[in-house]
Design a protein around this ligand. Structure first.
Ligand SMILES: NCc1[nH]cc(CCC(=O)O)c1CC(=O)O
Length: 310
């Protein structure tokens, strides 16, 4: 950064821009002397409407953003942690300086007439390409059908309205960010629709040698979320999950300081469900993530994850 300007790189979807506006607002409150500027980029994941695995995985939404940061065309990147790969290290030379306070981690159902999953007729087409959602829907609602659906949240709502499917599943936090919670017909409990690793968390990524920006934004971070994400991302790293893995889980830092991590691994048809839940006790968050991952590996997670092509 220059003395008083932070350039923030962002994808240009409405959700990404809303995320940047939240960071700008929080930064303006914390550090009124610092100005911010938005540097927009389009990622390969935004352009490509086919199967994400053909683009080399989750990095599809982060590659161009990382490049702008590393080339010093911007000083700060705002990422949905859910979209940041954990099976490979962060791009060399970058670090997360802060994780913002966590939003709702649950998924929502959107049906034009407001039907819940239980109320939908057999054969109703649910638009989702996420194996995590497909597997869990197969367990609770085998009579419903999943049809492929990609594109940013606004585009998916348009496709729903155009009749390309009968209902959608989208993250509550994403709908909050684009101001479309009015479309929600049902919010699914985490017990039956376990969220993805990193759900509802925005991470602030900087160049590791840019101590000025790191220090300027570190105060926006939440200490509990830092612990939760450390545990969750270590779990994903040890499991070597890829963009198409039906891995779900979330850590929770309690008010009394205790930390727990629940995680599940599914076969796409939902017939195999591996489940582990542990408290950190004296363990640090990353070791909790390792411990829960090892518990899942003992139950056969490697084979379940590897049988899914990516
Ligand atoms: N894959 C796109 C994406 N990345 C992050 C979110 C939701 C917001 C979040 O969890 O931070 C979404 C949309 C969705 O899954 O409905």
């Amino acid at each position: 950064m220059s003395a008083d300007l932070i350039r923030i790189v962002s994808r240009s979807s409405p959700m990404a821009l809303a995320q940047v506006e939240r960071v700008r607002a929080e930064l303006a409150a914390l550090r009124p002397g610092i100005r911010t500027e938005v540097v927009p980029v389009t990622t390969s994941g935004d352009r490509w409407m086919g199967d994400l695995s053909k683009l080399g995985g989750k990095g599809a939404f982060t590659k161009e953003v990382d490049a702008a940061l590393l080339a010093s065309e911007a000083d700060l990147a705002v990422h949905c942690i859910k979209d940041v790969p954990a099976d490979r290290p962060l791009p060399a030379g970058t670090v997360f300086a802060a994780y913002l306070k966590r939003d709702d981690i649950r998924d929502a159902v959107i049906h034009p007439e407001g039907l819940t999953l239980d109320e939908m007729p057999a054969g109703a087409r649910i638009g989702t390409s996420s194996v995590r959602r497909i597997a869990q829907l197969a367990i609770t609602h085998p009579e419903l059908e999943c049809v492929p659906m990609r594109g940013n949240a606004n585009r998916r709502l348009e496709k729903l309205d155009a009749g390309e499917c009968d209902a959608l599943m989208l993250a509550v936090s994403g709908l909050e960010r684009i101001g479309r919670t009015d479309r929600i017909s049902e919010i699914l409990p985490v017990d039956t629709m376990c969220p993805p690793i990193g759900a509802g968390v925005l991470g602030l990524q900087c160049r590791e040698d840019d101590t000025e920006t790191i220090e300027a934004v570190a105060g926006l971070g939440d200490a509990d979320v830092w612990k939760e994400i450390s545990a969750e991302r270590m779990l994903l790293h040890v499991l070597q999950g890829h963009c198409n893995s039906p891995i779900a889980g979330y850590a929770k830092a309690e008010r009394d300081g205790r930390l727990s991590l629940r995680a599940r691994v599914f076969s796409p048809d939902g017939k195999t469900v591996l489940d582990a839940h542990e408290w950190a006790g004296p363990l640090d968050p990353a070791t909790l993530g390792t411990s829960v991952a090892v518990a899942l590996l003992r139950q056969g997670a490697r084979e379940v994850i590897d049988t899914i092509p990516h």
